[in-house]
Design a protein around this ligand. Structure first.
Ligand code: FES
Length: 91
């Protein structure tokens, strides 16, 4: 099954930014709810660091899908639209 990964990696040091320190758990919950509401055949999962810590919170469609950076609660519709398209593609 296709997945929507949301980085929930946490670092306490403010000099080392992390998605969890930027409230990615709220984003994870909201995306999970919205995917269910839209009946998307996709699993929303927590992820370890996706490697873009400076521009987080980060999410990614998998396998081999696009990344989303600087994700915020008011920009989730972009990800939901992308997830709809992603789940409709073969592979
Ligand atoms: S901590 Fe989220 S991408 Fe590194």
């Amino acid at each position: 099954m296709k997945k929507l990964l949301v980085c929930t990696n946490y670092r306490a040091n403010p000099n080392n930014p992390s998605c969890a320190a930027r409230d990615s758990s709220l984003i994870l919950s909201a995306l999970s709810k919205q995917c269910q509401q839209n009946n998307l055949p996709i699993e929303v999962e927590e992820s370890l660091c996706l490697g873009f810590c400076q521009i987080g919170p980060n999410a990614r469609l998998a396998p081999n899908g696009p990344f989303f950076h600087d994700v915020s609660l008011d920009k989730l519709s972009t990800i939901i639209i992308a997830a709809k398209n992603f789940t409709q593609n073969e592979g």
